[in-house]
Design a protein around this ligand. Structure first.
Ligand code: SAH
Length: 243
């Protein structure tokens, strides 16, 4: 498994260029070879297995970043989205996807659709993906990007992900891409499959800071492992107030 240095999932921190020279090609062209260089960089860093890297290579990040940051799509850094949110750093996405161990038979729940990039990568590896976002504008933009790539096995919902998606539960895998306070939301634990379900969730633990937890469920037994220090935007209950 990849090592887990402290790398921030928020914009503006821990930028590592993945060969940025020559960026700036048109859509669909991997921005002048930037996509290929990013994948090579993630491979060299041992961020994930070939299976995950192939899924990422087939899901160009330039489709998911805002127009004004498109020339930076293949830099290994988090980037700003609208609504004050961020698209995670590619290294973090690679390592989290690897750690979730998604299989083709799996039904996956993601909390925090954001740009839709992580959902798209999960959709390449899973049977079906269900992703919840509390900001309507982000969800709409994500839907458009997913449709452009023809990913029809992803369902999006605008809502409060801390309440889960009861109509579709249980889920074989759950990935939360925003940080919970102190513990995973109970509704998500309840929706994790009792037959070896796995959830990845960043959790803020007071003075201990924020760590990625892997939570597994077998029958009634729920156990957790703390994987690494991370930084994500906060998981916020409820919907944003209409402006
Ligand atoms: N997975 C995203 C990164 C998302 S950043 C990507 O690939 O781009 C985290 C996202 O979680 C933000 O868009 C934020 O609005 C969303 N979020 C925070 N709290 C939430 C909640 N309770 N329910 C649903 N989405 C939430």
């Amino acid at each position: 498994m990849a090592r887990w240095p402290r790398r921030c999932a928020r914009a503006g921190r821990s930028e590592m260029a993945a060969g940025t020279e020559g960026l700036g090609g048109g859509l669909g062209g991997g921005l002048g070879g930037g996509l290929a260089r990013l994948i090579a960089h993630l491979r060299k860093e041992k961020a994930a297995s070939e299976r995950v890297l192939i899924a990422m290579a087939g899901t160009p990040r330039e489709f998911f970043v805002p127009e004004s940051f498109r020339d930076q799509a293949y830099v290994d850094a988090a980037l700003p989205l609208t609504s004050g949110q961020t698209i995670s750093q590619p290294w973090v996405v690679a390592a989290m996807t690897e750690a979730l161990d998604v299989q083709p038979t799996h039904k996956v729940l993601e909390i925090g659709t954001g740009s839709g990039w992580q959902a798209a990568i999960l959709a390449k590896l899973a049977g079906s993906v269900f992703s919840i976002e509390r900001h309507p504008a982000l969800s709409r933009t994500a839907r458009a990007a997913l449709d452009k790539l023809g990913l029809s096995n992803v369902k999006l919902r605008i809502g409060d992900g801390t309440e889960g998606w009861p109509e579709e539960a249980p889920f074989d895998r759950i990935m939360v891409t925003a940080a919970a306070d102190k513990a995973p939301p109970p509704a998500l634990l309840a929706e994790l499959s009792p037959e070896g379900g796995v959830m990845l969730i960043p959790v803020k633990e007071g003075d201990e800071g924020e760590h990625l937890w892997r939570v597994t469920r077998n029958g009634k037994v729920i156990s957790r492992t703390r994987l690494s220090a991370v930084r994500f935007v906060p998981l916020v209950a409820g919907l944003p107030k209409a402006k």
